[in-house]
Write a protein that binds this ligand. Structure first.
Ligand SMILES: C[S@@+](CC[C@H](N)C(=O)[O-])C[C@H]1O[C@@H](n2cnc3c(N)ncnc32)[C@H](O)[C@@H]1O
Length: 193
């Protein structure tokens, strides 16, 4: 099965691979297929670029991004079951330039990566009604702490580092906004300092 054949995969086709309880989260929590493709095209500006998805969920951004580019995608995700689902779907589509790591992104060494995708991953800490499930501790204090540490980690990356943010008001320090879509949900950034 191929994500591009006979035409680019729709959200419904991709989401049909998920177990029901994960599929129902898609509209709110997993990147739409067209967003994943556009973000990947910006992030992978040369072959072999190593892209980190900060909070990769069920793998939708990473798998679609990897399938439509020649970058290498790593998703880090705090929920083990989501990592397992993601790996199964990557295998199903024979997408090999992707892997999933079960970890807290706070423990990840960003210097091992060239480019980053961030879909408002910490938001469920401040909006309980938006939680994926009850398997991890959610706390507004974590939102503050994670956001601060993420800002610090990204501020240590070299000039030219690319970042895509999807939803959320957070803005990275030292990055120039190079593109935003109509409703400001999708933003492309490049480190200038
Ligand atoms: C909005 S979803 C985005 C999923 C994926 N990036 C996509 O676009 O399809 C955010 C994910 O980040 C994960 N997450 C939140 N905080 C995390 C942390 N500190 N470390 C690892 N994963 C985290 C959540 O469990 C959730 O699956």
């Amino acid at each position: 099965m191929n994500i591009f054949s006979p035409r680019f995969i729709s959200d419904k086709e991709f989401d049909d691979n998920f177990p029901k309880e994960i599929e129902r989260l898609s509209g709110k929590h997993w990147a739409p297929a067209t967003i994943a493709k556009r973000a990947a095209k910006f992030l992978v500006n040369r072959p072999g670029i190593k892209v980190l998805d900060i909070g990769s969920g069920a793998g939708k951004f990473c798998i679609i991004g990897a399938a439509c580019s020649d970058g290498f995608f790593t998703g880090v995700e705090q929920r083990q079951n989501l990592c397992e689902v993601a790996a199964t779907i990557a295998q199903h589509y024979h997408v090999s330039n992707v892997k999933f790591v079960h970890a807290n992104v706070m423990d990840i060494d960003f210097s091992q990566y060239d480019a980053f995708f961030f879909y408002n991953a910490f938001y469920e800490n401040i909006e309980g009604g938006n939680a994926i499930d009850k398997s991890v501790d959610l706390d507004p204090e974590l939102y503050q702490r994670y956001t601060l540490i993420l800002t610090e980690k990204l501020s240590k990356m070299p000039a030219g580092t690319r970042l895509v943010t999807y939803w959320g008001e957070w803005m990275p320090e030292g990055y120039e906004l190079v593109y935003t879509n109509g409703n400001d949900s999708l933003r492309f950034w490049e480190r200038r300092e």
